[in-house]
Design a binder for this molecule. Structure first.
Ligand code: ZN
Length: 220
């Protein structure tokens, strides 16, 4: 049976997908979360995701796609690879996991279809990040068409953060009344430290810049 008012959220327990989880709760009466394990160094993020989903009263599913990390070693899964601090001029930083969002959304769609769910939510954004190709709107629209053709269904891929920079993501979490939860419980840091994180990795810097900028506006 098609659940018109249900959504499946690709959820990692980070700032973006946690904001998306609560965005989905506002827009859909039934929400479930799927978290992917792909050999990431920090298994803590999976436990954090599970905990937040529990607090949000959302069913939590864990899918193992660790083959992804094995096929394409990267600095998020391989401790011997030193993480790029900046984006190299001619390529993507080694935090890029080729095919990740395509694999995640494809598996999420297969899982959702089986549950009669056709709304998928992902926290990708083209306003920030390192310009990963699988975070761009063009890719998401293309995959949406492909998933529909692949399964002869009408999926709708939702990307509430697509045009929001980190400052705007903080603002959205505040509007959704989960600012403190997002700030204190999520894990975005590439070094696996929750909340405000290590403060020096690229993910922490981006998160902190957005936070400082948002707090400045908010406190005016
Ligand atoms: Zn960090």
């Amino acid at each position: 049976m098609i659940q018109q008012d249900a959504a499946l959220v690709c959820f990692s327990g980070g700032q973006d997908s946690t904001t998306c989880l609560f965005w989905a709760k506002k827009h859909f009466s039934r929400v479930e979360a799927v978290c992917f394990t792909y050999g990431q160094k920090h298994s803590l993020e999976i436990e954090i995701a599970r905990t937040i989903a529990g607090q949000a009263n959302v069913p939590f599913h864990l899918l193992d796609v660790s083959l992804l990390g094995q096929l394409a070693p990267n600095s998020l899964t391989d401790p011997s690879i030193r993480m790029d601090e900046d984006k190299p001029a001619d390529s993507y930083p080694n935090t890029f996991v080729p095919g990740r969002n395509m694999v995640f959304l494809t598996f999420a769609a297969v899982m959702a279809r089986n549950k009669g769910i056709f709304h998928l939510v992902t926290g990708v954004s083209e306003a920030d990040y390192s310009g990963y190709p699988d975070c761009r709107d063009t890719f998401i629209r293309s995959l949406n068409v492909t998933l529909n053709l692949a399964m002869d269904e009408q999926f709708v891929l939702h990307t509430p953060l697509m045009n929001r920079d980190k400052k705007a993501v903080w603002q959205l979490s505040d509007e959704l009344e989960v600012f403190d939860l997002v700030r204190n419980q999520t894990l975005t840091c590439y070094n696996g430290i929750p909340a405000d994180g290590c403060g020096s990795c690229p993910a922490c810097k981006l998160r902190k810049e957005g936070l400082d900028s948002y707090l400045e506006t908010k406190n005016k």
